[in-house]
Design a protein around this ligand. Structure first.
Ligand code: NAI
Ligand code: MG
Length: 491
């Protein structure tokens, strides 16, 4: 009881506080009016002759237009990657490969500020996140995999690890530069060559990475970066001369890809959607847990495959947790992503905002109770207030389907067994979070929750050393760590 009383001391937040604007300057962002395709070490005009716009979702202003690669362009990129693989990269010593990867890592660090600004302009995430998380973690992935390049025999002893050949890599819009790093760094370390396609709403940092790769003097064709939408992605997936497909994105597209490669000898890794359970027991340090829940669902506007989008609270602390959560939501600063004080930025696209709005309606129609923070949001641009639903039933769509926005579905539980069953009752299995003071409970939970990654008393922590990936409809294969190397090797 003493614990509950102590927790009753509510932290006071002043949501009316007016912080002076602290905008990051755009002047460092060198964005061209138009970008071509990066094939064989050069920027080439697309044979499609077509370009499409990428906008800033925070203002709806056009930033640039980028080439739309058609089948002929994909053929060109794959053939450049094949030639580079056979003639150059396969024969390049592991130590030399490592030098290039280190060089790319260092150049990302040198241009960190520019990359962070462009990431925020193109995708809408708060500058604080692109500056402190996306860009440094991307550089870390290159540093980490550079270190493995000449140690593959130690990673896979007596297995004679060999590269697969040409890797086709398709990435989403939620962590554009970081996902490019997750894909490219292990592929290069293991001696493969690459054709990478960024998502259509956020192509710019991948194109900046192409500039870095060019400056790093990586042999032409080892990395090719081509832009386009779903059809370009499909052309990569279906190309007969590709040996490996690495995809991160929606479960729907993941299923299409799996069907497309069935019967071929392409190796595949799929990192798909999630609907993670974040679980608070009554013995948890509640303020810390609430902070973790906030981070788990509102980080990057909830555009996170491992977002803690379902919250399970033990009944005895439900009221106090809910109150603390609402108080904390009121203190979140929502708005201009370029402001260094902003906690929640812009939704990535109009299309994604519509998806989120659809689920807000569905949740209310299903009988759940909606609460949104009362903050003002900008009139122009795509924004959504931090939202929670209570009175949620296990069968509700908002508790079952990935929303990919700042929307949390809250349920309660009484016992460990009950919450394990509820948490596992989903088609997904990517991540989970457990908040408790008791080590034995952590061990019990982590061994019974069906999720690829489980955080205890923390959330959304990433490191290049730890493998990441899911079960069930969250996909298969692991990225990061030693496991991430295996996905690019014949052993
Ligand atoms: P998406 O899965 O369509 O897009 C991801 C990437 O796949 C993009 O580069 C896209 O151009 C490419 N792509 C699309 N169709 C393809 C095809 N047939 N073959 C090969 N590549 C293809 O995701 P979308 O439509 O942008 O978002 C829809 C929903 O997907 C979101 O609301 C969210 O729930 C989920 N999603 C999940 C992500 C995750 O990391 N788990 C990332 C992005 C979206
Ligand atoms: Mg954009």
């Amino acid at each position: 009881m003493a614990g509950v009383k102590k927790n009753n001391l509510r932290l006071k937040f002043d949501s009316s506080r007016n912080l002076a604007p602290a905008p990051e300057s755009k002047s460092i962002a060198n964005i061209a009016d138009r970008y071509d395709l990066f094939i064989n070490g050069k920027f080439e005009k697309p044979s499609s002759k077509k370009y499409f716009d990428t906008i800033n979702p925070a203002t709806e202003e056009k930033l640039s237009s980028v080439a739309e690669a058609n089948n002929a362009d994909v053929n060109k990129a794959v053939s450049a990657a094949r030639t580079a693989y056979e003639k150059v990269w396969k024969k390049t010593s592991a130590k030399e490969r490592a030098k290039y990867i280190y060089r790319i890592a260092r150049m990302i660090q040198e241009r960190a500020r520019e990359l962070a600004v462009i990431e925020t302009l193109d995708g809408g995430k708060p500058i604080r996140e692109s500056r402190d998380f996306d860009v440094p973690t991307a550089a870390n992935h290159f540093f980490y995999y550079a270190g493995w390049a000449d140690k593959l025999e130690y990673a896979f002893p007596n297995k004679n690890p060999q590269p697969l050949g040409v890797a086709g890599q398709i990435i989403p819009w939620n962590f554009p530069l970081l996902m490019a790093a997750w894909k490219i760094a292990p592929a290069l370390a293991t001696g493969n060559t690459v054709v990478l396609k960024p998502a259509e709403t956020t192509p710019l940092t991948a194109l900046k990475l192409a500039e870095i790769i060019q400056e790093a003097d990586l042999p032409p064709g080892v990395v090719n970066i081509i832009t386009g939408a779903g059809a370009t992605g499909a052309a990569i997936v279906n190309h007969p001369d590709i040996n490996k497909i690495a995809f991160t994105g929606s479960t729907d597209v993941g299923k299409i890809i799996q069907r497309a490669v069935a019967g071929s000898d392409k190796k595949v890794t799929l990192e798909l959607g999630g609907k993670a359970a974040n679980i608070i027991f009554d013995d948890a340090p509640l303020d810390q847990a609430v902070e973790g829940v906030i981070n788990g669902i509102f980080f990057n506007q909830g555009h996170v495959c491992c977002a803690g989008s379902r919250l399970f609270v033990q009944e005895s602390v439900y009221k106090i947790v809910l109150q603390k959560l609402k108080d904390r939501m009121e203190s979140l600063i929502v708005g201009n992503p370029m402001d260094k004080n902003t906690d929640v930025g812009a939704i990535n696209s109009r299309q994604q905002l519509e998806v989120i709005h659809k689920y807000l309606k569905i949740g209310q129609q299903e009988g759940a109770e909606m609460f949104q923070s009362s903050c003002a949001i900008p009139k122009k641009g795509f924004y959504c207030r931090p939202t929670i639903f209570t009175n949620v039933a296990q069968s509700n769509r908002i508790a079952q389907e990935e929303i990919f926005g700042p929307v949390l579905a809250i349920q309660t539980f009484r016992t460990e067994d009950e919450v394990i069953e509820k948490a596992n009752n989903t088609p997904f299995g990517l991540s989970a979070g457990v908040w408790t003071d008791k080590g034995s409970k952590i061990f019990n939970m982590t061994s019974k929750l069906r999720a690829g990654v489980i955080w205890a008393n923390t959330y959304n922590k990433f490191d290049p050393v730890s493998p990441f990936g899911g079960y069930k409809e969250s996909g298969f294969g692991r990225e990061g760590g030693l496991h991430g190397l295996g996905a690019y090797l014949k052993v």
